[in-house]
Structure formats: C-alpha cells, structure tokens
Ligand binder design. Sequence first.
Ligand SMILES: Nc1nc2c(ncn2[C@@H]2O[C@H](COP(=O)(O)OP(=O)(O)OP(=O)(O)O)[C@@H](O)[C@H]2O)c(=O)[nH]1
Ligand SMILES: [Mg+2]
Length: 226
Amino acid sequence: MTYRLLEVQKSVLSKNAGLARDLRQRFADSGTFVVNLLSSPGAGKTTLLEETLRRLAPTHRAAALVGDQATDNDSLRLARAGVPVRQITTGAECRLDALMVGKALQDWLLADYDLLCIENVGNLICPAEYDLGEDLRVTLMSVTEGEDKPLKYPLAFNTAHTVIINKVDLALATGFDRAAARANIERVHPGVQVIELSARSGQGVDEWVQLIEERSSAKRAAPASV
Ligand SMILES: Nc1nc2c(ncn2[C@@H]2O[C@H](COP(=O)(O)OP(=O)(O)OP(=O)(O)O)[C@@H](O)[C@H]2O)c(=O)[nH]1
Ligand SMILES: [Mg+2]
C-alpha cells in the first residue's frame, strides 16, 4: 500500500516537473521574471508582496497570482497596487502546482509582463515539492514562528534561492534568537542568501526590491533559452 502511494506521488511530481519545464520555457520566451513565495500561514507573504508591488508597479510591468484554499482576500489586497492579479482557489489542495499556474495564465499575454509574483498557499510542507517554473523561489519565515522552522521543514528552506526573515520589528518582543535562526538556515541550506526585513515598517525591504530589480533586468537582457 505504501509502495503504491509512493508510486502515485512520484508520477504526480514527474508530471508536474514536465509542466513546470514548459512554463519555464514560456517565461524565458516572454522574458518574465517569476517569483514563487512560500511560507507558513500568516508569516507575511501578502504584506510583503503588497509593499513590493507598490514599489515596483510604477517602473515594472508586474502581475501576481495568488493561491488560497478558500478566499480571495489576498488577491483583493494585491490588486490595490494597481497590477493585474488572478486568484487560484485550490480547494482541498495545500499548494499550487504547475498545472494550476498554467491554467491561470492561459489567456495572459506573458510578453506584457516583466515580473510575475506568485503567492503560494500558506504551508511550509506541500508547496516545496512543486516546481512552478519560477526563477526565484523564496521561503519566508517570521520572527513570531520560532527559530527552528528551517530544521522542521528542511525542504522549503533547502530548495529556496533566497530566505527572508520577516517581522524583524517584532524581534525584541518575541525574544527572537537571530543567530540561532541563521545557523539553522545555514545548516539546511549552506550559503543561501538571507534577507532580514519588516514588510510592515519597510526596514530591509530595499535589499529585497533591489534583488528583484537586478534579477528581472538580467533576465530581460538574457537570450531566451532555458
Ligand atoms: N509587525 C509585523 N506584522 C506583519 C509583518 N508582515 C506581516 N504582518 C502581519 O501579519 C499578519 C499576516 O500577514 P499576511 O501578509 O496576511 O500573511 P500571509 O503569509 O500572506 O498569510 P496567508 O496568506 O494566510 O498564508 C497580518 O496581520 C500582517 O499585518 C511585519 O513585518 N511586521
Ligand atoms: Mg497571504
């Protein structure tokens, strides 16, 4: 029985890998830089994307996809930045997959966008297994969740290109042990880039926005190959 489940899981993931490859090619052809943001529920994905889009929308052709199990609350929040936003309601599923993203983008002309931000479903386990064809996978943890999250959910941190520690404005109040958190991140993903910020106060957000600006303009300048 366990063997059968593993086989099914393997085939689901290999189908996803194929679809993600197709998406990556589409994003390369259109020069669209794609960010996939992962975190546990409430760590601050939408707040950070609101601030990111608010800062980048005037100079970038940006859009967003939002995965949520039940509501469109987050897509309404992001739409306030004045960029096109599409909601993906995942129902029973605890993550986005490449098929969902492909369907959501079906009638979008990707060449119209330099930047696509994808907010994944709030969950540190399932989303980590699904490639969405993104250029930048970002795993966000916040100072209110405890320093051990990288050790408990290693795949989410191990597969991230960048790790964000959010809500640093609350670090003192929560007794956050910054050194321990950074050591735990380093243990599961040696050398990974870590950005500490507060999506609410804006502290540290410059470094994050600069990273997206640099990476997206490098992609636009690069020839379209995967
Ligand atoms: N103090 C503080 N609060 C924050 C910060 N970032 C987010 N919050 C608050 O944390 C709560 C959850 O933030 P969201 O941005 O909705 O979190 P999320 O990760 O999108 O949540 P889900 O979509 O439900 O997974 C809200 O009350 C935010 O205002 C921050 O940097 N500092
Ligand atoms: Mg959200």
